[in-house]
Design a binder for this molecule. Structure first.
Ligand SMILES: Cc1cc2nc3c(=O)[nH]c(=O)nc-3n(C[C@H](O)[C@H](O)[C@H](O)COP(=O)(O)O)c2cc1C
Length: 190
């Protein structure tokens, strides 16, 4: 069911690092991204696949994780993503990618979750360092990365209390994500 899949598609940040998606799987998930809606149908977003252990390690160094978890510096060795998809904009095709990036990321992640994998959208990255590391040519802008792997953590959604948007981790390592209630977000039914 779609709702189950969407609910299961949480931001996962700890993984079984030795369980890697295959190149074919990653391409199948990027294919789902490709099928998404695109403003003006311009389809300016392109993808880089990062699968090698060495490159995954180097990419990891350029990322920031879970800003609200103050005493956590991100996943430790052995629990890091085993793959990344880097989403870049091909500026020659158009500089405005509207909402395409979010739609594409969600499609890709749903594909991963359907196959027992999962991931996290990462926008907090060292732009200059990542560009150099991946040898990204002028004319391409890095939009975001999708960190991927086999999730090694439980993530639960809960009703938001008093407008507190901060996710948190309990003593058993379960990650809690508060979501606003449906009654709060529907302003009017006219
Ligand atoms: C545009 C965007 C950028 C994000 N950037 C980061 C990031 O840099 N680092 C990180 O750990 N999580 C990042 N996240 C994940 C969010 O923190 C996460 O979506 C939020 O806590 C809600 O959790 P959920 O995805 O499980 O619903 C990002 C999510 C989105 C949509």
């Amino acid at each position: 069911m779609l709702r189950e899949l969407v609910a299961k598609n949480r931001s996962y940040r700890r993984f079984y690092e030795n369980e890697k998606p295959s190149s074919e799987q990653l391409k199948a998930w990027i294919d789902l991204a490709r099928l998404g809606a695109s403003g003006r149908n311009a389809q300016t977003i392109k993808y880089m696949i990062i699968l090698s252990e060495e490159m995954c390690e180097s990419v990891f160094e350029q990322l920031a994780w879970a800003g609200y978890l103050q005493d956590w510096d991100g996943p430790r060795k052995g629990e890091r993503p085993s793959a990344y998809v880097v989403m870049v904009n091909d500026d020659a095709l158009g500089k405005n990618y509207f909402s395409d990036d979010g739609i594409a990321a969600q499609n890709l992640l749903l594909g991963a979750v359907e196959r027992g994998f999962g991931g996290c959208i990462i926008r907090a990255f060292k732009e200059k360092e990542l560009r150099e590391l991946l040898k990204i040519e002028a004319g391409y802008s890095i939009i975001q990365l999708i960190a991927l792997g086999k999730p090694k953590e439980e993530v639960v959604i809960e009703e938001m209390n008093n407008g507190d948007i901060k996710y948190w981790r309990d003593e058993n390592g379960v990650h809690h994500v508060p979501k606003r209630g449906i009654d709060e977000i529907i302003l009017e039914e006219l």
